[in-house]
Design a protein around this ligand. Structure first.
Ligand code: NAI
Length: 399
């Protein structure tokens, strides 16, 4: 079928199999160009492995240190006349490339919050790898059904205490408007967001993997967080999602205790703001990112998800490095984003932004390109008017 982008707000309903394959190939080529990561991971479980930071982590582990990878995610398979989700095609392309390169790669598609998917993952590790030496936790989800209570929690993106008004952009049209977001009305919204995006599920994973004996001596586990600039504090770091990130970050202490007898360690890495399916859903953030891209590209310090994860692995977690942690015990690969000169320039652009000057003073074009790239669109070498086979399978998943 001919697959063109079909956009609804911050979601693209279609994905292109050949374009996503190109996106995977570009990321693999980047990791290969950076050379081998010495004493890197060898057997890796990535939870949230199909898009964004989790996918980039999987590619970095596989191609940076030849790791066998198991990826867990929740994606819609391709069917005749119905393209699969980007994460489905990404994984199909990744597995094909990995297998051709002689690398072990298998995947599990289902709800990572459930006991069932955790058990399936444990069974697969036992059968094929024995143990894993790195567990990446990179889920981003709007909801979670709690595996013990059966309660369905929905996260919200709201400020706490007072309403928040600021500029936001429709990144398709470039129209800037003011958005006012009302604060949470009750504690429940905060608790639900913590239940979805906080640290409990990460803890359940590590507990269950450990109990099953599938964590190797010296295992590392890493989850991802975000801080960002003051202008997004009310909606991000001081809002409901920020409370969930506080909880995720606090989980490190619990996991470090749990992993002590294995000489294992857990980290939270604070990453840079980037265009992913999750971040495009947050008000205000896309406009911030379009200025951030502009400033960081001009300074020659821009990174995408793959550059961020390559740097995390090569300069913080492996290559005989011990990461320097901030005052709250976190790894910071958002250091370039948070540089004072970068933030001052972003702030100045923010103040003068209007619909009329946006194309000129921001990198909204770069934002759009990245957004469409996520779904396999806007790659120069792909003919989007040509017929393509939409039914692409993931080799390790029986259809
Ligand atoms: P993403 O939307 O690209 O990836 C989310 C992944 O989670 C996908 O693989 C998806 O299939 C999987 N997933 C979602 N629900 C699932 C479920 N129930 N069961 C199994 N898999 C499920 O998101 P992104 O942006 O890569 O986020 C990953 C982490 O990085 C999050 O913790 C996020 O807060 C953090 N982060 C993101 C930043 C950004 O700017 N995008 C910046 C810093 C941190």
């Amino acid at each position: 079928m001919i697959i063109q982008p079909r956009v609804r707000g911050f979601i693209c309903l279609t994905s292109h199999p050949e374009g996503t394959a190109q996106h995977i190939k570009n990321q693999i080529d980047y990791v290969k160009s950076q050379g081998e990561i010495s004493n890197g991971p060898k057997k890796v479980l990535v939870i949230g492995a199909s898009t964004g930071f989790g996918l980039a982590s999987r590619i970095t582990a596989a191609y940076g240190s030849g790791a066998a990878t198991i990826g867990v995610f929740f994606e819609k398979p391709a069917a005749p006349g119905k393209p699969g989700t980007a994460g489905w095609y990404n994984t199909a392309a990744f597995e094909k490339e990995a297998h051709a390169a002689g690398l072990y790669a298998k995947s599990i598609n289902g709800d990572a919050f459930s006991d069932d998917i955790k058990q399936q993952t444990i069974d697969l590790i036992k059968a094929d790898l024995g143990q894993v030496d790195l567990v990446i936790y990179s889920l981003a989800s709007p909801r979670r059904t709690h595996p013990k209570t059966g309660v369905a929690h929905a996260s919200v993106l709201k400020p706490i205490g007072q309403s928040f008004t600021n500029k936001t952009v429709d990144f398709h049209t470039g129209v800037i408007s003011d958005i006012s977001i009302q604060p949470v009305e009750n504690e429940e919204d905060i608790e639900n967001t913590i239940a979805v995006m906080g640290g409990e599920d990460w803890k359940f994973w590590i507990e269950e993997l450990k109990e099953a004996g599938v964590l190797a001596e010296g295992v590392k586990t890493v989850a991802y967080s975000y801080i960002g600039p003051e202008l997004t504090y009310p909606i991000y770091r001081n809002g409901t999602i920020g409370k969930a990130k506080d909880d995720l970050e606090d989980t490190v202490t619990v996991l470090n205790d749990m992993l002590q007898d294995l000489n294992g360690i857990s980290y939270v890495s604070v990453n840079k703001a980037l265009v992913t399916q999750s971040s495009s859903a947050i008000p205000v953030v896309p406009l911030y990112i379009s200025f951030l891209y502009k400033v960081m590209k001009e300074k020659g310090i821009h990174e995408g998800t793959i550059e961020q994860m390559q740097r995390l692995f090569a300069e913080k977690l492996y290559n005989n490095n011990t990461p320097t942690l901030d005052e709250k015990g976190r790894i910071r690969v958002d250091d370039l984003e948070m540089r004072a000169d970068v933030q001052a320039e972003v702030d100045a652009l923010w103040q003068k932004a209007t619909t009329e000057n946006l194309e000129e003073i921001s990198d909204i074009k770069g934002y759009r390109d990245d957004f469409f790239n996520l779904f396999g669109f806007n790659f120069d070498n792909i003919n989007y008017d040509a017929d393509t086979n939409e039914v692409v399978n993931i080799p390790s998943i029986k259809s």
